[in-house]
Design a protein around this ligand. Structure first.
Ligand code: SF4
Length: 210
């Protein structure tokens, strides 16, 4: 890890000492479902939808038995609702049949579930099981790591690879959480608040603009 990255990590730790996953959940299957719903959707919207959803469907079995049409309506506002509903019900059926109604603590097994790509699998491994399988690259992490010059790539899989090479493994989980909060509060997609950003002296995007 180079000195600049070390400084970035230290400042992020200072600014966001105790952040946690932005998706509300009480157990691994709720996190898995919330993360599938979060594709192309804000965490705030997902939290509104899951608040009701998790009261109605309490177990993996409940989700597995859900009526598709009804479920589509319940997740409609998260976008891509047809695919998400189909994938969640299919995933929960697999969890019921193949994994004794539990979410597997295994990155590769998770990756085989319908609707689960690297971001979701990493999110579940990191936040439900505290295992750093990789770095969660969502829209905030993607944008800010590019602005900070931590990657030259724009493809999330390549960004993740760059971050896994640059950051120590024990930082992977919290690094994503901190950048997500930094993206929400300071480094906005359209109007980054660079003047009040603690990272500005280390940020090539700020230097370019000033
Ligand atoms: S200085 Fe600006 S562009 Fe750079 S990380 Fe901070 S808010 Fe984002």
């Amino acid at each position: 890890m180079n000195t600049r990255t070390k400084k970035i990590l230290a400042l992020l730790k200072k600014d966001y000492p105790k952040v946690k996953c932005a998706l509300n959940h009480k157990n691994p299957h709720e996190l898995l479902i919330a993360t599938i719903l979060s594709a192309q959707c804000t965490d705030e919207r997902v939290n509104i939808v899951t608040e009701k959803l998790f009261k109605k469907y309490k177990t993996i079995k409940d989700f597995a038995k859900a009526n598709l049409k009804e479920f589509e309506k319940e997740v409609y506002s998260t976008g891509f609702y047809k695919n998400k509903a189909k994938n969640i019900i299919a995933t929960c059926n697999i969890l019921q049949k193949k994994y004794e109604g539990k979410v597997p603590k295994d990155f590769d097994e998770l990756l085989h579930l319908p609707g689960v790509a690297r971001k979701t699998a990493n999110c579940v491994m990191g936040n439900a099981f505290n295992v750093p399988s990789g770095v969660v690259v969502d829209t905030h992490v993607s944008r800010i790591t590019q602005r900070l010059g931590l990657t030259k790539n724009s493809d999330p899989v390549k960004i993740e690879k760059d971050l896994m090479e640059e950051l120590p493994k024990n930082e992977w989980i919290m690094f994503s959480h901190r950048l997500i909060w930094h993206g929400r509060k300071i480094c906005d997609a359209r109007k980054p608040k660079c003047e009040i950003c603690s990272l500005k002296k280390l940020c090539p995007t700020y230097k370019k603009l000033n």
